[in-house]
Design a protein around this ligand. Structure first.
Ligand code: GLA
Ligand code: ZN
Length: 678
């Protein structure tokens, strides 16, 4: 049996969420009621202490763990477990006042005042020392507490600091990377606009006050921010590792968040955890939204190639969207089951109880200000909890197998964001990733979202849209992948620059990629919004929008050509046999109909199908997990209307073990979890 557990000592889907007893210390009746409601809501886990530093250390060096001792004991006494947080996401006022260096300096070099959260310097030795101290005290105090199952380190790390300490650290990081200024000047192409640096101290981070267009500097600054944040994280977890070596450690990530390269983070985590807040509308636009979020979940799973924990989602509305609509009836269960379908072993909420005041008092919660259980949301949550209990034995810890991967790369995103040209404002890298993913999602195909360091040989198909940045390592890996029999699809903008945004010379795509694809890309035409060209494939004409590359086949077979404009007749789609594999190139941006068609072509070629055998009508999807002996298919309907499919197999419904076969109709928002032996 293939099963992987977050914590071997607690083999249950986690259900619960962010719990802030520190805010309710003067309301003992509320704290008591929390425990009654906790059981009633079929919860088993609370994330405690996330922003509680001011309660834990009200004065410098004076600690008060009373509320936390009680919460740990009470939750355990009620059959629950605790994901214990370190409090560094926000700090006490006394600390900011006494040690201003803990506060962040913005890109115009103004130090922030006390307030808000997530606004600390990641380099400050004082902040690092304070964090290590409080984390050590927490770990030492609760190391043997039976409630403790995991560490929730800080909260949604993000942002950057421009203080003297951070700028110095950046310069040190650059020295380490480039060795000499000559090399840095060469990679960043600094003779342009007379930017040659003659001393390391002349280099400052990207800022609107100074240098803000040099893309080599920008991508390095972003890399440095990731490395510095990870370094800060390592300082946070050192005391946790010391006192609680067997308690797994995570921090809550935010999917495709642009600010940090999560692949670097993932190396330091024992398991990945994730927060997300889809803007469900209750109409058919939710179908695409579901796909976009599924891609995020797949990214989380792919970061460590194992199940992850959904650390936060809302049981109802949020407070931070432009319009904070309620989840329509049925959507909560559907969204919860979607998490499981893509590899989450939890449904955890922000938040357990609405706070009485301040910023998030109107953010959805399991328990509302009314204080009792007779609410729609509470009922929805309890229902999810009850269903999770039923699924513990079969589905918890099962893994996802995927023969298809999409390449999503943070450095590629940063370089595309900064580089001037093409569509200046938004080159639509993320949209494009999601467009390709959507075609796979609609067909119920499991997908991994991978980067340069992943093992490419695990996949039969790799789709790498807009892979503009290709390091020498990436070029090599793509080449080896195809040579060894892989099927690769790349698109316009492939292989234009190296990892420092310096163009490859000798024609695009750079280096060996020209041979792998058997093409040369001479020019790229950026179309105005509303304009399009035509590409005909298998007798159907598709629109080419946004980008049309003017490529030459140099060995590749031309599958389709442009129908219009001065480059009519030039190749638009090619395929090249290289080694044992095939390299497909789509030189233009297609719309959904084209992506669907092309994805079908690739899947057919490689004999890849969904684990569910029936036709999937638009809005219905089917993703799967497996324990190596059984496959579990989550058949879901995101449409507001009922949808029907049919199957030739006899399946067992995971919830009640009843059999189902033949025609299957799913009500709007219904999830049927089907299993069969493989
Ligand atoms: C984030 C934070 C939480 C809370 C929620 C609200 O995910 O981590 O503390 O602010 O958003 O949706
Ligand atoms: Zn700083």
């Amino acid at each position: 049996m293939k099963k992987i557990y977050m914590n071997e000592n607690f083999k249950h889907f986690l259900h619960g969420g962010d719990y802030n007893p520190d805010q309710w210390q003067n309301y003992p009746e509320v704290l008591k009621e929390d425990m009654r409601l906790f059981k009633l809501a079929n919860c088993n886990s609370m994330s405690v202490g996330i922003f509680a530093w001011a309660a834990l250390e009200p004065e410098e060096g004076k600690y008060d763990f009373t509320f936390l001792d009680k919460a740990m004991d009470d939750i355990y006494a009620n059959g629950g477990r605790v994901i214990l947080a370190t409090p560094s996401g926000a700090r006490p006022a006394w600390m900011a006042q006494k040690y201003p260096e803990v506060l962040r300096v913005d890109e115009t070099r103004h130090r922030r005042w006390f307030g808000g959260r997530h606004n600390h310097c990641f380099t400050s030795p004082i902040y690092r020392e304070k964090v290590a101290k409080i984390n050590g005290l927490l770990a030492e105090r609760y190391k043997d507490h039976p409630a403790l199952i995991a560490w929730h380190v800080s909260n949604e790390y993000s942002g950057a600091c421009h203080c003297d300490l951070c700028r110095d650290a950046f310069r040190g990081w650059l020295k380490e990377k480039y060795g000499t200024l000559d090399e840095l000047n060469d990679q960043w192409w600094t003779p342009f606009w007379s930017h040659i640096y003659t001393d390391w101290s002349q280099i400052d981070p990207t800022s609107p006050m100074g240098e803000c267009t040099m893309s080599g500097l920008f991508v390095d600054w972003r890399r440095f921010i990731t490395d510095q944040t990870v370094d800060f994280f390592k300082n946070e977890i050192a005391p946790l590792r010391k006192y609680t070596p067997n308690i797994p450690v995570t921090t809550n990530l935010m999917g495709f968040f642009p600010g940090l390269d999560y692949r670097k983070f993932a190396k330091e985590l024992d398991f990945v955890s994730h927060d997300s807040y889809p803007t469900w509308r209750g109409d058919e636009s939710d179908i695409r939204l579901a796909s976009d979020h599924a891609a995020r979940f797949d990214l989380n799973r792919s970061l460590k190639h194992k199940p992850f924990i959904q650390m936060e989602c809302t049981p109802s509305n949020v407070n931070h969207h432009a319009y904070n609509k309620l989840k329509r009836p049925g959507m909560h269960m559907l969204a919860a089951m979607q998490l499981l379908a893509h590899g989450s072993d939890s449904v955890l909420y922000f938040q357990w109880r609405k706070s009485r005041g301040s910023t998030e008092k109107f953010h959805g919660a399991v328990v509302d200000h009314v204080g009792h259980e007779n609410t729609r949301v509470f009922r929805d949550v309890s229902e999810v909890g009850a269903r999770l209990k039923k699924l513990d034995e079969s589905i918890l810890g099962t893994v996802t197998e995927s023969r298809v991967a999409i390449v999503y790369d943070w450095q590629n995103r940063w370089a595309l964001e900064k580089t001037e040209g093409f569509q200046l404002r938004d080159k639509k890298y993320m949209n494009t990733i999601h467009d390709h993913y959507f075609s796979l999602w609609k067909r119920g195909i499991n997908v991994e979202v991978i980067g340069e360091d992943d093992d490419f040989s695990c996949y039969d198909i790799i789709i790498a849209p807009m892979l503009y940045v290709t390091s020498a390592k990436m070029i090599d890996k793509l080449e080896q992948y195809v040579k060894n029999g892989g099927t690769l699809q790349c698109t316009y903008m492939l292989g234009m620059v190296n990892e420092n945004d310096r163009c490859h010379l000798g024609g695009f795509p750079g280096g060996k990629l020209k041979d792998v694809f058997g093409i040369w890309n001479e020019e790229i035409d950026t179309l105005y919004p509303g304009e399009s060209n035509k590409v005909e494939l298998d007798g159907v004409t598709y629109k080419a929008v946004d980008y049309c590359e003017l490529i030459h086949a140099q060995g590749a077979e031309v599958l389709a050509t442009y129908g219009e404009d001065f480059y009519a007749g030039m190749p638009a789609i090619t395929v090249n046999n290289y080694g044992k594999g095939k390299a497909y190139y789509t030189a233009f941006r297609g719309e959904d109909d084209f992506n669907d068609k092309f994805t079908e072509l690739l899947l057919n070629e490689c004999g890849i199908t969904s684990d569910f055998d029936g036709e999937l009508p638009y809005g219905m999807t089917a993703h799967s997990r497996t324990d190596g002996e059984n496959v579990y298919v989550f058949l879901q309907n995101y449409s507001t209307k009922p949808l029907t499919t049919s199957t030739k197999y006899t399946w067992i419904i995971a919830d009640d073990k009843k059999e189902v076969s033949g025609e299957i109709t799913l009500a709007s928002y219904e999830t049927l979890i089907l299993s069969r032996k493989i």
